[in-house]
Design a protein around this ligand. Structure first.
Ligand SMILES: [Zn+2]
Length: 459
């Protein structure tokens, strides 16, 4: 199939495509309070409505599913569907961290700035135009192309569950919400905690009052802190890499790292691990607290990223387990450490409780499970993933292997859906970051690439 006409049509569409994206980016569609027909808040419902308006202007038949999600159809010769599952909800943005206002899209240095530009409003608009260009050129499609526009990808994905109460799922499809060449596996997720309590005592002049790190299980903490009661004349050792502040009978010990997503700990520096490591150099009371934190330090520091100290490390040909200590809460002679583990494809959630139970028992701790999700694996032979990778390779000449990631995408929610783009493996990851943006050239490239992907699946 020769795509030169489709590409020309998309070149002509570009100004309109950019206008539509700018309009969608201007809607601050973060999760809000539920209203009638707006279960994720008014702005998310408005964003779904806006995206359906774009689809309708491109000749598609549209329906709003009560503010949970929308559908837009481009009919093929048969009723069998292929799906494109994208989302218009976005994560919040702290305006002070942005060069341009996150919800007042700016066009500058060849880029479109705005929260959602890459995740996932830009790819949605690109795919809508890609499908429309196929229709404009009269390219015959065997299958009906159905867009499913979700409103709750960032907060539980129950928009997909709602969709499935109304319609059967398409026979296959893609979600333009991760990275190229394609995601052929998603690691399993297992979140757990190790907690303990102890008797109060004054076995040392320095006494731990509290320790704290982390905001959410899936975020590597960028800051961690411990506070002690400390006689003003007590000599203290230096703790390399930690900040120590003394005043009025108190000592604060602080670690600074670099926060980030727990599925990519290699890009972060875990402040909690730094703190645990440093506290080994201090003698303090109560004895139980010292024992608990030293045991955690031994586990966390033995292998800061892959969990060997917790007994969970492992890898196979395609994936390696990561284990991130992400939340510590310690006060009133009790403490709890939460870890976010992303485990290798060949394991299942049930493999881990016995290991962690035994670890906890050996140290007088209590293990508890917080969250689990089984891994997903397509394999290189999967027909849908195979076609998509071929489309990417043909258009770009980039032959690198498809990826296995630690994050969870919509692909976990619908069978035979593969996460396909939009990030290029060599681009900095902009999703959820300040100054999220998409290059104009890249938006056009995505539209052309998604046109080819839709053709490959729907022909
Ligand atoms: Zn996304």
């Amino acid at each position: 199939m020769d795509f030169s006409r489709v590409d020309m049509v998309l070149d002509g569409y570009y100004p309109q495509m950019e206008r539509d994206l700018v309009g969608l980016l201007a809607i601050p569609s973060t999760l809000g309070a539920a209203e009638p027909y707006a279960p994720y808040g008014r702005a998310v419902a408005d964003a779904i409505h806006y995206a359906l308006g774009v689809a309708q202007s491109l000749g598609m038949e549209v329906e709003d599913l009560d503010g949970y999600c929308g559908r837009a159809d481009m009919p093929g010769a048969s009723e069998e569907q292929i799906g494109i599952l994208a989302h218009v909800d976005v994560v919040p943005a702290v305006a002070a961290e942005w060069k341009y206002a996150p919800f007042a899209p700016a066009l500058a240095d060849g880029k479109i700035y705005g929260r959602g530009a890459m995740d996932d409003k830009g790819p949605l608009i690109a795919a809508l135009y890609g499908a429309a260009a196929l229709a404009d050129c009269g390219v015959p499609l065997e299958k009906t192309v159905r867009f499913i526009i979700g409103g709750n990808e960032e907060n539980g994905m129950d928009c997909v569950e709602y969709y499935l109460t109304k319609y059967a799922q398409p026979s296959c499809g893609f979600t333009p919400d991760a990275s190229f060449p394609a995601i052929i596996g998603e690691k399993g997720i297992f979140v757990y905690s190790l907690s303990a309590s102890w008797a109060d005592d004054d076995s040392a002049p320095l006494k731990l009052l509290r320790a704290e790190a982390g905001t959410a299980p899936n975020v590597v903490p960028g800051r961690a802190e411990a506070e002690f009661a400390c006689p003003d004349d007590l000599p203290l050792p230096e703790l390399p890499g930690l900040v120590m502040e003394r005043a009025a009978g108190r000592l604060i010990v602080r670690a600074e790292g670099r926060a980030g997503h727990a599925s990519m700990p290699e890009l972060c520096e875990n402040a909690l691990t730094l703190l645990l490591s440093g506290l080994r150099g201090l003698d303090f009371a109560p004895a139980g607290a010292k024992r608990y934190l030293t045991a955690l330090a031994d586990m966390a520091c033995a292998d800061p990223m892959h969990g060997a100290g917790f007994g969970v490390a492992g890898s196979d040909a395609l994936s390696e387990t990561t284990n991130v200590p992400s939340i510590l809460r310690l006060a009133d002679n009790a403490g709890s450490l939460t870890c976010d583990m992303r485990f290798q494809l060949k394991k299942c959630c049930d493999d881990y409780p016995p290991l962690l139970q035994a670890l906890a028992a050996a140290h007088g701790m209590t293990f508890s499970e917080k969250e689990r999700m089984e891994p997903l694996y397509f394999g290189e032979q999967d027909p849908v993933a195979g076609k998509l990778v071929e489309v990417y390779r043909e258009m770009t000449g980039d032959l690198r292997d498809p990826l296995v990631i630690g994050g969870g995408t919509y692909a976990k929610k619908m069978k035979h859906f593969v996460a396909f783009g939009p990030e290029h493996p060599e681009m900095p990851n902009l999703a959820h970051q300040a100054d999220e943006c998409i290059e104009s050239k890249y938006l056009l490239f995505l539209a052309k690439l998604y046109a080819r992907a839709i053709y490959a699946l729907a022909r």
